[in-house]
Ligand binder design. Structure first.
Ligand code: KG4
Ligand code: ZN
Length: 343
């Protein structure tokens, strides 16, 4: 049994967690910087990086004290090393390197996307490889075959915006503020999802990818027209995203034949999206797995767990491991127009 300390600071959440290889979560702390970024309607990288520096050291202390552990009890130190906002990524990675040197522990440099990809295995012990993963977050919207730790085949990605980005932009257009996903989900509950006709980009297409830019423009027009209630626009927008995700995932299931469907990433916290994909799994005879909401949005338990998986396989990194703004899970995936820019 190994105990792993995980650190995360790649976007606007500062997080520290302790997880063991028997799937026990010994400590899990997240400090959201939402209030600091809200006035700007999105994440300001410089503010985020400075806040991570202020918050993270104490969070590590708190995590160890909650778990009643000393740094000497930890077997390895894992940190997100990318992709993400580079100033932020450096904070957790450099903190981890410092701890690794001073405590004489191995470092595991974790790809944030692998953190999301393996997160369901922390809470679902029966989830074996391989599985089809719909990874939906603020920066990414991809369908990947997860073949094993460190082994991914990308089947689809977005040609423009990520799903979470679409939620955030639609929320901004509706004056709901940042972050947009939870705000849209809440308002959508009071609206009629069939009230506003909105496009479903690429639905029905044989091309495997996603697109959300046209949907965002349509929300802008619907909002500017003044004809529709914001709740109806929110509900109709959410339904359009659901339809796009389900249609694209159905196509990927046909293409790859995986027997299990998994959804992860911040957008997977959305109840309508979880339910629709669960229904797709039932309809297509697939096993379904989705982590609880707190494990979908950014956290360090998923980084500690990915660290535990890698450490268990002897995949440790030396102290020259770089912080990376871009770091695709499948480096061999062919470039798609407009995409690849964010990974
Ligand atoms: O995985 P995550 O926490 O950070 C990234 O790695 O990007 O994902 C953040 C994204 C944001 O765009 C946020 O609006 C979206 O996930 N999100 C949601 C919900 N909760 C978070 N989108 C839809 N419904 C939600 N309940
Ligand atoms: Zn994330």
């Amino acid at each position: 049994m190994a105990i792993i300390l995980g650190l995360e600071s790649s976007c606007d959440d500062t997080a520290a967690a302790l997880v063991d290889s028997d799937r026990r979560i010994l400590a899990h702390l997240v400090v959201s910087q939402n209030e600091a970024h809200r006035p700007f309607g999105g994440v300001v990288p410089e503010i985020a990086a400075r806040a991570h520096v202020q918050i993270l050291p104490d969070l590590v202390r708190q995590a160890l004290s909650q778990a009643k552990l000393d740094i000497g009890d930890v077997d390895a130190i894992a940190a997100t090393a990318g992709p993400g906002l580079i100033g932020g990524v450096m904070v957790a990675l450099m903190t981890a390197k410092g701890l690794a040197i001073s405590a004489g522990k191995p470092l595991v440099a974790v790809n944030h996307l692998e953190g999301h990809a393996l997160s369901p295995r922390l809470v679902d012990p029966d989830l074996g490889f391989r599985y089809l993963l719909l990874l939906v977050s603020g920066g990414h919207c991809q369908l990947l075959e997860v073949l094993g730790v460190g082994s991914y085949k990308r089947l689809a990605t977005t040609i423009d915006d990520a799903a979470g980005e679409a939620f955030d932009k639609a929320a901004k257009l509706l004056g709901l503020g940042y972050p947009g996903g939870p705000a849209i989900e809440k308002l959508a509950k009071e609206g009629d999802s069939s009230a506003v006709p909105l496009p479903r980009p690429l639905v029905g297409s044989g091309e495997p990818h996603f697109s959300f830019a046209g949907l965002k423009s349509a929300v802008q027009r619907a909002s500017a027209s003044g004809v529709h209630k914001p709740a109806d626009i929110a509900a109709s927008f959410q339904q359009a995203v659901v339809d796009c995700l389900v249609d694209r995932t159905r196509l990927a299931l046909q293409a790859c034949g995986a027997s299990t469907l998994v959804v992860a990433g911040g957008v997977a916290a959305n109840q309508a999206i979880r339910s629709a994909l669960q229904q797709l799994a039932i309809d297509t005879g697939r096993r379904f797995s989705v982590p609880p909401g707190w494990l979908c949005t950014d956290n360090a338990a998923m980084i500690a767990w990915a660290g535990a998986e890698r450490f268990g396989l002897g995949m440790v990194d030396d102290l020259s491991a770089p912080a990376r703004a871009r770091w695709p899970l499948d480096p061999d995936a062919e470039k798609v127009r407009g995409a690849g820019v964010k990974a």
